[in-house]
Design a protein around this ligand. Structure first.
Ligand code: FE
Length: 338
Protein backbone atom coordinates (compact mmCIF):
# COMPACT_ATOMS: atom_id res chain seq x y z
CA UNK A 1 0.00 0.00 0.00
CA UNK A 2 2.79 2.37 1.04
CA UNK A 3 4.73 1.60 -2.12
CA UNK A 4 1.61 2.12 -4.22
CA UNK A 5 0.94 5.53 -2.65
CA UNK A 6 4.54 6.51 -3.23
CA UNK A 7 4.30 5.48 -6.86
CA UNK A 8 1.13 7.50 -7.31
CA UNK A 9 2.76 10.51 -5.63
CA UNK A 10 5.75 10.23 -7.94
CA UNK A 11 3.54 9.95 -11.00
CA UNK A 12 1.53 13.00 -9.95
CA UNK A 13 4.72 14.97 -9.32
CA UNK A 14 5.88 14.00 -12.79
CA UNK A 15 2.69 15.25 -14.40
CA UNK A 16 2.29 18.46 -12.42
CA UNK A 17 2.84 21.49 -14.57
CA UNK A 18 5.21 24.28 -13.71
CA UNK A 19 3.66 27.54 -14.74
CA UNK A 20 2.41 27.04 -18.26
CA UNK A 21 0.34 23.95 -18.96
CA UNK A 22 2.10 21.85 -21.57
CA UNK A 23 0.19 21.18 -24.74
CA UNK A 24 -0.38 17.73 -26.09
CA UNK A 25 -0.75 16.09 -22.71
CA UNK A 26 -3.80 14.66 -21.01
CA UNK A 27 -3.85 13.66 -17.34
CA UNK A 28 -6.32 10.84 -16.88
CA UNK A 29 -7.55 9.60 -13.49
CA UNK A 30 -9.07 6.22 -14.10
CA UNK A 31 -10.82 3.66 -11.93
CA UNK A 32 -11.10 1.38 -14.95
CA UNK A 33 -8.29 -1.09 -15.38
CA UNK A 34 -8.83 -3.51 -18.18
CA UNK A 35 -6.02 -4.83 -20.35
CA UNK A 36 -7.62 -3.64 -23.58
CA UNK A 37 -7.63 -0.07 -22.29
CA UNK A 38 -3.91 0.09 -23.21
CA UNK A 39 -4.78 -0.14 -26.90
CA UNK A 40 -7.56 2.40 -26.37
CA UNK A 41 -5.11 5.01 -25.05
CA UNK A 42 -2.29 4.24 -27.49
CA UNK A 43 -4.69 4.72 -30.36
CA UNK A 44 -5.74 8.16 -29.08
CA UNK A 45 -2.12 9.29 -28.86
CA UNK A 46 -1.47 8.02 -32.35
CA UNK A 47 -4.45 9.91 -33.77
CA UNK A 48 -3.97 13.21 -31.93
CA UNK A 49 -0.36 13.35 -30.77
CA UNK A 50 -1.69 13.91 -27.23
CA UNK A 51 0.18 11.86 -24.67
CA UNK A 52 -1.84 10.33 -21.85
CA UNK A 53 -0.50 10.32 -18.29
CA UNK A 54 -2.56 7.83 -16.39
CA UNK A 55 -3.25 7.54 -12.67
CA UNK A 56 -5.17 4.40 -11.79
CA UNK A 57 -6.77 3.77 -8.45
CA UNK A 58 -9.93 2.87 -6.62
CA UNK A 59 -12.77 5.24 -7.43
CA UNK A 60 -13.18 6.62 -3.91
CA UNK A 61 -9.43 7.19 -3.53
CA UNK A 62 -9.31 9.03 -6.83
CA UNK A 63 -12.29 11.23 -5.94
CA UNK A 64 -10.72 12.03 -2.57
CA UNK A 65 -7.45 12.82 -4.30
CA UNK A 66 -9.05 15.20 -6.84
CA UNK A 67 -10.93 16.91 -4.00
CA UNK A 68 -7.75 17.33 -1.94
CA UNK A 69 -5.70 18.57 -4.89
CA UNK A 70 -8.32 21.27 -5.37
CA UNK A 71 -7.47 24.05 -7.84
CA UNK A 72 -3.96 22.57 -8.33
CA UNK A 73 -5.18 19.18 -9.47
CA UNK A 74 -3.41 18.01 -12.63
CA UNK A 75 -6.43 15.79 -13.44
CA UNK A 76 -8.17 16.51 -16.74
CA UNK A 77 -10.57 13.56 -17.04
CA UNK A 78 -12.05 11.17 -14.46
CA UNK A 79 -13.24 7.76 -15.69
CA UNK A 80 -15.07 5.24 -13.56
CA UNK A 81 -17.79 2.58 -13.53
CA UNK A 82 -21.30 2.92 -12.15
CA UNK A 83 -23.74 5.82 -12.42
CA UNK A 84 -23.66 6.24 -8.63
CA UNK A 85 -19.95 7.02 -8.61
CA UNK A 86 -20.20 9.37 -11.58
CA UNK A 87 -23.05 11.10 -9.79
CA UNK A 88 -20.87 11.43 -6.71
CA UNK A 89 -18.22 13.28 -8.70
CA UNK A 90 -20.99 15.54 -9.99
CA UNK A 91 -22.29 16.22 -6.47
CA UNK A 92 -18.79 17.08 -5.30
CA UNK A 93 -18.86 19.69 -8.08
CA UNK A 94 -15.78 18.16 -9.71
CA UNK A 95 -17.07 17.97 -13.28
CA UNK A 96 -17.35 20.90 -15.69
CA UNK A 97 -20.25 21.01 -18.15
CA UNK A 98 -19.27 19.98 -21.68
CA UNK A 99 -21.29 21.08 -24.71
CA UNK A 100 -20.17 18.88 -27.58
CA UNK A 101 -22.11 18.23 -30.78
CA UNK A 102 -20.16 14.99 -31.18
CA UNK A 103 -21.12 13.65 -27.74
CA UNK A 104 -24.72 14.81 -28.14
CA UNK A 105 -25.15 13.13 -31.49
CA UNK A 106 -23.31 9.90 -30.62
CA UNK A 107 -24.53 9.15 -27.07
CA UNK A 108 -28.27 8.61 -26.53
CA UNK A 109 -29.84 11.29 -24.34
CA UNK A 110 -30.70 8.93 -21.47
CA UNK A 111 -27.04 7.88 -21.18
CA UNK A 112 -25.54 11.34 -20.63
CA UNK A 113 -25.89 14.35 -18.39
CA UNK A 114 -24.62 17.88 -18.89
CA UNK A 115 -21.27 17.08 -17.26
CA UNK A 116 -20.71 13.32 -17.43
CA UNK A 117 -21.14 10.81 -20.22
CA UNK A 118 -21.60 7.05 -20.48
CA UNK A 119 -19.36 5.14 -22.89
CA UNK A 120 -20.51 1.55 -22.28
CA UNK A 121 -23.41 -0.27 -20.66
CA UNK A 122 -23.78 -3.42 -18.57
CA UNK A 123 -27.02 -5.10 -17.50
CA UNK A 124 -27.98 -6.56 -14.09
CA UNK A 125 -29.43 -10.02 -14.67
CA UNK A 126 -30.98 -12.79 -12.57
CA UNK A 127 -28.91 -15.98 -12.26
CA UNK A 128 -30.70 -19.13 -11.07
CA UNK A 129 -29.80 -22.72 -10.25
CA UNK A 130 -31.33 -24.89 -12.97
CA UNK A 131 -31.98 -27.70 -10.50
CA UNK A 132 -33.74 -25.79 -7.74
CA UNK A 133 -35.44 -22.73 -9.28
CA UNK A 134 -37.82 -22.46 -12.23
CA UNK A 135 -37.08 -19.58 -14.62
CA UNK A 136 -40.80 -18.64 -14.73
CA UNK A 137 -40.59 -17.83 -11.02
CA UNK A 138 -37.80 -15.26 -11.46
CA UNK A 139 -38.83 -13.13 -14.43
CA UNK A 140 -38.75 -9.80 -12.55
CA UNK A 141 -36.57 -8.18 -9.90
CA UNK A 142 -39.66 -8.02 -7.66
CA UNK A 143 -40.01 -11.82 -7.91
CA UNK A 144 -36.85 -12.08 -5.79
CA UNK A 145 -39.02 -10.83 -2.91
CA UNK A 146 -41.66 -13.55 -3.36
CA UNK A 147 -41.98 -15.89 -0.32
CA UNK A 148 -41.73 -18.77 -2.82
CA UNK A 149 -37.96 -18.12 -2.85
CA UNK A 150 -37.53 -18.23 0.94
CA UNK A 151 -33.99 -19.26 1.87
CA UNK A 152 -32.81 -19.10 -1.75
CA UNK A 153 -31.69 -15.55 -2.54
CA UNK A 154 -28.03 -14.50 -2.37
CA UNK A 155 -26.52 -11.07 -2.97
CA UNK A 156 -23.52 -8.87 -2.53
CA UNK A 157 -23.89 -5.98 -0.07
CA UNK A 158 -26.83 -3.59 -0.21
CA UNK A 159 -24.30 -0.76 0.12
CA UNK A 160 -22.56 -1.66 -3.13
CA UNK A 161 -23.17 0.84 -5.96
CA UNK A 162 -24.45 -1.91 -8.32
CA UNK A 163 -27.27 -2.77 -5.91
CA UNK A 164 -27.91 0.86 -4.99
CA UNK A 165 -28.35 1.74 -8.66
CA UNK A 166 -30.71 -1.22 -9.16
CA UNK A 167 -32.75 -0.14 -6.12
CA UNK A 168 -32.71 3.45 -7.42
CA UNK A 169 -34.30 2.22 -10.66
CA UNK A 170 -37.00 0.36 -8.69
CA UNK A 171 -37.75 3.56 -6.74
CA UNK A 172 -37.87 5.59 -9.97
CA UNK A 173 -40.33 3.19 -11.61
CA UNK A 174 -42.48 2.00 -8.72
CA UNK A 175 -42.11 4.49 -5.89
CA UNK A 176 -40.53 4.23 -2.45
CA UNK A 177 -43.22 2.16 -0.74
CA UNK A 178 -43.06 -0.61 -3.36
CA UNK A 179 -39.23 -0.45 -3.39
CA UNK A 180 -39.10 -0.97 0.37
CA UNK A 181 -41.52 -3.89 0.12
CA UNK A 182 -39.21 -5.48 -2.47
CA UNK A 183 -36.11 -4.86 -0.32
CA UNK A 184 -37.79 -6.41 2.74
CA UNK A 185 -38.94 -9.42 0.73
CA UNK A 186 -35.42 -9.95 -0.60
CA UNK A 187 -34.02 -9.84 2.95
CA UNK A 188 -36.66 -12.36 4.10
CA UNK A 189 -35.49 -14.67 1.28
CA UNK A 190 -31.75 -14.54 2.02
CA UNK A 191 -29.99 -17.90 1.96
CA UNK A 192 -27.07 -16.22 3.79
CA UNK A 193 -25.97 -12.75 4.84
CA UNK A 194 -24.73 -10.65 1.88
CA UNK A 195 -21.02 -11.17 1.12
CA UNK A 196 -18.59 -11.30 -1.80
CA UNK A 197 -18.90 -9.94 -5.33
CA UNK A 198 -21.17 -10.91 -8.21
CA UNK A 199 -18.94 -13.81 -9.30
CA UNK A 200 -19.12 -15.25 -5.77
CA UNK A 201 -22.93 -15.22 -6.02
CA UNK A 202 -22.86 -17.05 -9.38
CA UNK A 203 -20.52 -19.66 -7.85
CA UNK A 204 -22.79 -20.12 -4.83
CA UNK A 205 -25.82 -20.50 -7.12
CA UNK A 206 -23.95 -23.11 -9.19
CA UNK A 207 -22.96 -24.96 -6.01
CA UNK A 208 -26.57 -24.98 -4.81
CA UNK A 209 -25.87 -22.92 -1.69
CA UNK A 210 -28.19 -20.32 -3.22
CA UNK A 211 -31.06 -20.78 -5.65
CA UNK A 212 -30.96 -17.34 -7.22
CA UNK A 213 -28.82 -14.19 -7.31
CA UNK A 214 -28.24 -11.04 -9.36
CA UNK A 215 -25.11 -10.26 -11.35
CA UNK A 216 -23.76 -7.82 -13.88
CA UNK A 217 -23.59 -9.34 -17.36
CA UNK A 218 -19.81 -9.03 -17.81
CA UNK A 219 -19.20 -11.41 -14.88
CA UNK A 220 -21.46 -13.95 -16.58
CA UNK A 221 -19.70 -13.34 -19.91
CA UNK A 222 -16.26 -13.83 -18.31
CA UNK A 223 -17.29 -17.26 -17.04
CA UNK A 224 -18.86 -18.14 -20.40
CA UNK A 225 -15.61 -17.20 -22.16
CA UNK A 226 -13.38 -18.97 -19.67
CA UNK A 227 -11.56 -22.04 -20.97
CA UNK A 228 -11.14 -23.51 -17.47
CA UNK A 229 -13.18 -26.72 -17.13
CA UNK A 230 -14.36 -25.72 -13.62
CA UNK A 231 -15.78 -22.43 -14.93
CA UNK A 232 -17.50 -24.21 -17.81
CA UNK A 233 -19.06 -26.70 -15.39
CA UNK A 234 -20.14 -23.91 -13.08
CA UNK A 235 -21.77 -21.75 -15.75
CA UNK A 236 -23.56 -24.72 -17.33
CA UNK A 237 -25.49 -25.36 -14.12
CA UNK A 238 -26.98 -21.87 -13.96
CA UNK A 239 -29.63 -20.18 -16.07
CA UNK A 240 -29.80 -16.47 -16.90
CA UNK A 241 -32.97 -14.35 -17.03
CA UNK A 242 -33.33 -10.83 -18.48
CA UNK A 243 -35.55 -9.32 -15.78
CA UNK A 244 -38.59 -7.08 -16.29
CA UNK A 245 -38.97 -7.74 -20.02
CA UNK A 246 -42.73 -7.23 -19.87
CA UNK A 247 -42.31 -4.09 -17.79
CA UNK A 248 -39.65 -1.35 -18.01
CA UNK A 249 -36.86 -3.58 -19.25
CA UNK A 250 -33.68 -4.88 -17.60
CA UNK A 251 -31.78 -2.41 -15.41
CA UNK A 252 -28.56 -1.22 -17.00
CA UNK A 253 -25.64 0.63 -15.52
CA UNK A 254 -22.71 2.34 -17.21
CA UNK A 255 -18.99 3.09 -17.42
CA UNK A 256 -18.30 6.72 -18.11
CA UNK A 257 -16.49 9.92 -17.31
CA UNK A 258 -16.28 13.65 -17.48
CA UNK A 259 -13.93 16.63 -17.74
CA UNK A 260 -12.83 18.09 -14.42
CA UNK A 261 -13.60 21.68 -13.52
CA UNK A 262 -9.93 22.35 -12.79
CA UNK A 263 -8.61 20.54 -15.89
CA UNK A 264 -5.34 22.19 -17.06
CA UNK A 265 -5.86 20.72 -20.55
CA UNK A 266 -9.56 21.20 -21.19
CA UNK A 267 -9.43 21.11 -25.00
CA UNK A 268 -7.51 17.82 -24.94
CA UNK A 269 -9.95 16.46 -22.35
CA UNK A 270 -13.00 17.20 -24.52
CA UNK A 271 -11.19 15.71 -27.50
CA UNK A 272 -10.55 12.56 -25.46
CA UNK A 273 -14.23 12.16 -24.50
CA UNK A 274 -15.21 12.64 -28.15
CA UNK A 275 -12.63 10.02 -29.08
CA UNK A 276 -14.20 7.58 -26.59
CA UNK A 277 -17.47 7.96 -28.50
CA UNK A 278 -15.80 7.14 -31.86
CA UNK A 279 -16.54 3.82 -33.56
CA UNK A 280 -13.08 2.42 -32.96
CA UNK A 281 -12.84 3.45 -29.31
CA UNK A 282 -16.35 2.24 -28.57
CA UNK A 283 -15.36 -1.29 -29.54
CA UNK A 284 -12.28 -1.24 -27.29
CA UNK A 285 -14.06 0.48 -24.44
CA UNK A 286 -17.11 -1.79 -24.35
CA UNK A 287 -15.84 -5.16 -25.51
CA UNK A 288 -12.69 -5.06 -23.40
CA UNK A 289 -14.91 -5.73 -20.39
CA UNK A 290 -17.70 -7.62 -22.17
CA UNK A 291 -19.97 -4.59 -22.16
CA UNK A 292 -22.07 -2.91 -24.89
CA UNK A 293 -21.17 0.29 -26.74
CA UNK A 294 -23.46 3.28 -26.08
CA UNK A 295 -23.28 4.37 -29.72
CA UNK A 296 -26.14 2.47 -31.31
CA UNK A 297 -24.57 2.03 -34.75
CA UNK A 298 -21.45 0.38 -33.27
CA UNK A 299 -21.68 -3.40 -33.06
CA UNK A 300 -19.29 -5.73 -31.30
CA UNK A 301 -19.09 -9.42 -32.02
CA UNK A 302 -19.08 -10.92 -28.54
CA UNK A 303 -20.26 -14.56 -28.73
CA UNK A 304 -20.66 -14.82 -24.93
CA UNK A 305 -22.99 -11.82 -24.73
CA UNK A 306 -24.79 -12.87 -27.91
CA UNK A 307 -25.42 -16.32 -26.44
CA UNK A 308 -27.54 -14.64 -23.75
CA UNK A 309 -29.98 -13.46 -26.43
CA UNK A 310 -31.58 -10.12 -27.17
CA UNK A 311 -33.23 -8.10 -24.44
CA UNK A 312 -35.12 -4.91 -23.74
CA UNK A 313 -32.98 -2.50 -21.71
CA UNK A 314 -34.49 -0.02 -19.27
CA UNK A 315 -34.34 3.49 -20.77
CA UNK A 316 -34.40 5.28 -17.42
CA UNK A 317 -32.05 8.29 -17.67
CA UNK A 318 -28.75 7.69 -15.83
CA UNK A 319 -29.42 11.00 -14.10
CA UNK A 320 -32.38 9.38 -12.33
CA UNK A 321 -30.23 6.49 -11.10
CA UNK A 322 -28.07 9.12 -9.50
CA UNK A 323 -31.03 11.02 -8.06
CA UNK A 324 -32.27 8.10 -5.93
CA UNK A 325 -28.95 6.80 -4.53
CA UNK A 326 -29.47 8.16 -1.02
CA UNK A 327 -33.07 6.94 -0.88
CA UNK A 328 -31.93 3.52 -2.08
CA UNK A 329 -29.41 3.30 0.77
CA UNK A 330 -32.02 4.40 3.34
CA UNK A 331 -34.44 1.74 2.08
CA UNK A 332 -31.78 -1.00 2.17
CA UNK A 333 -30.80 0.07 5.69
CA UNK A 334 -34.41 0.07 6.92
CA UNK A 335 -35.02 -3.33 5.35
CA UNK A 336 -31.87 -4.78 6.96
CA UNK A 337 -30.23 -5.41 3.56
CA UNK A 338 -26.66 -5.04 4.79
FE1 FE B 1 -17.77 -4.90 -11.47
Amino acid sequence: MKLKSALIAAAVAAMSHTGVAEENVLNLYSARHYQTDEALYANFTQQTGIKINRIEGKEDELLERIKNEGANSPADVFLTVDAARLAKAHELNLFAPVASKVLESRIPAHLRTEDWFSFSTRARVIVYNKGSVKPEDVQNYADLADPKLKGKFCSRSGSHPYNLSLMASIIAHHGEAKAEEVARGMVANFARAPKGGDTDQIKAVAAGECGVAISNTYYVARLLRSTKPEDQKLISSVGIVWPDQKANGTHINVSGGGVLRTAPHRAAAVKFLEYLASDQAQVYFADGNNEWPVVESVKVANPALESLGKFKADKLPVKNLAMYQTKAQIIFDRAGFK
